[in-house]
Design a protein around this ligand. Structure first.
Ligand code: NDP
Length: 274
C-alpha cells in the first residue's frame, strides 16, 4: 500500500498530503466509496455538512476497524450556519453524523463576505479547539482580504485554506500569502473535475512517464507542496489517484504545467458567493 507523506500544520498537527474527497457522492453511496479509499491506503477524508454524506463517511470509518488516531477527518461549516451559536450547533450536528468525538480539521466553508459572519463563526471555532473537539481549524475559499480581516480579530491563524486549485487556476497570489502566514494550501477540485485532463502538455508528459494525465496533475500538486483531495467513485481511479509515489516530474515538466494557468474557475467566485 502506498505511504502518503504528511505535511505539518502551524499547530504541529500532521495532515496527509493526499486525501479523498466526497463532494457530490450521495450519502447511500458514500460508505462504499470511502471504504474503497481506505482499502487503497487513503487515511484522510474530506466531507462537509452541505454534502449530506457525513453519515456515510462515519459508517465507513466505523466499519474499517482503523484506529481513530490513524485517520484524518475534515468537515466544514455550511454558510447558513455561520454565526457564533449556530456554528456550535452545526459543529455538534456534524460530529453526531460522523459518529466521532472530534474532527481533525474543521473549515469555514465559504467566507460569504456580504454576510460578514465569519469572525463570529471563528470565535466559536476557537472554543471548540480549546475544548479538544477540533485538532486544527481552517478556512476554505478565503481570498486575501478575507484572511486579513479574520486575522485582525483573532490570534488563531487558520491551519489550512482549502481553495479551488488546479493547472487551469494556479492561485499564485494566495499560495504566496499562505507561505507568508504559515497556512497550508489545500487544493479542491485538484483535477478541475476532469476539465484539464485533455491538455496536450499533460497528455504528453503522461505518455513520457507511462502515467495518466490525472496522475501527472496530482503529482504536480504534491511537488508544489499542496495538500490534495481528489474524488472518485470508481475503484480503479481511487487506486490510480493514490499511485503517485513512483515517479517524479522534472523542472521542465513543472514549468510546462505552470504555463497552463488561465484563470479557469470551475466553481463559484468566493467574493460573490453569499
Ligand atoms: P476533482 O478535481 O477531484 O475531480 C473529480 C471528478 O474527476 C469526478 O467527476 C471523477 O469522476 C473524475 N475523476 C477522478 N479521478 C479521475 C481520474 N483518475 N481520471 C479521470 N477522471 C477522474 O473534483 P471535486 O470537485 O470532487 O474536488 C475534490 C474534492 O474537493 C471534493 O470531493 C470535495 O471533498 C472538495 N471540494 C471542496 C470545495 C470547497 O468549497 N471547499 C468545493 C469542491 C470540492 P468519477 O467519480 O466518476 O471517477
Amino acid at each position: 500500500m502506498p505511504t502518503v507523506p504528511s505535511v505539518a500544520l502551524n499547530n504541529g498537527v500532521e495532515i496527509p498530503q493526499l486525501g479523498f474527497g466526497v463532494f457530490q457522492v450521495p450519502d447511500d453511496e458514500t460508505a462504499a466509496a470511502v471504504s474503497a479509499a481506505l482499502q487503497a491506503g487513503y487515511r484522510s477524508i474530506d466531507t462537509a455538512a452541505v454534502y449530506g454524506n457525513e453519515a456515510g463517511v462515519g459508517a465507513a470509518l466505523a466499519a474499517s476497524g482503523i484506529a481513530r488516531d490513524e485517520l484524518f477527518v475534515t468537515t466544514k461549516l455550511w454558510n447558513a450556519d455561520q454565526g457564533h451559536d449556530s456554528t456550535l450547533r452545526a459543529f455538534h450536528a456534524s460530529l453526531a453524523k460522523l459518529g466521532l468525538e472530534y474532527v481533525d480539521l474543521y473549515l469555514v466553508h465559504w467566507p460569504t463576505p456580504a454576510r460578514d459572519l465569519y469572525r463570529d463563526s471563528w470565535r466559536a471555532i476557537e472554543k471548540l479547539v480549546a475544548d479538544g473537539r477540533i485538532r486544527a481549524a481552517g478556512v476554505s475559499n478565503f481570498q486575501p482580504a478575507h484572511l486579513r480581516r479574520l486575522l485582525e480579530g483573532s490570534s488563531l491563524v487558520p491551519a489550512v485554506n482549502q481553495i479551488e486549485l488546479h493547472p487551469g487556476l494556479q492561485q499564485r497570489e494566495l499560495r504566496a500569502l499562505h507561505a507568508d502566514l504559515g497556512i497550508v494550501t489545500e487544493a479542491w477540485s485538484p483535477l478541475a473535475q476532469g476539465a484539464v485532463l485533455a491538455e496536450p502538455a499533460l497528455t504528453e508528459i503522461a505518455g513520457r512517464h507511462g502515467r495518466s494525465p490525472a496522475q501527472v496533475v496530482l503529482r504536480w500538486h504534491l511537488q508544489l507542496g499542496n495538500v490534495v483531495i481528489p474524488k472518485s467513485v470508481m475503484p480503479a481511479r481511487i487506486h490510480e489517484n493514490i499511485d503517485l509515489f513512483g515517479f517524479v516530474l522534472s523542472d521542465e515538466e513543472m514549468t510546462a504545467i505552470a504555463a497552463l494557468d488561465r484563470g479557469l474557475r470551475t466553481g463559484p467566485d468566493p467574493d460573490t458567493l453569499n
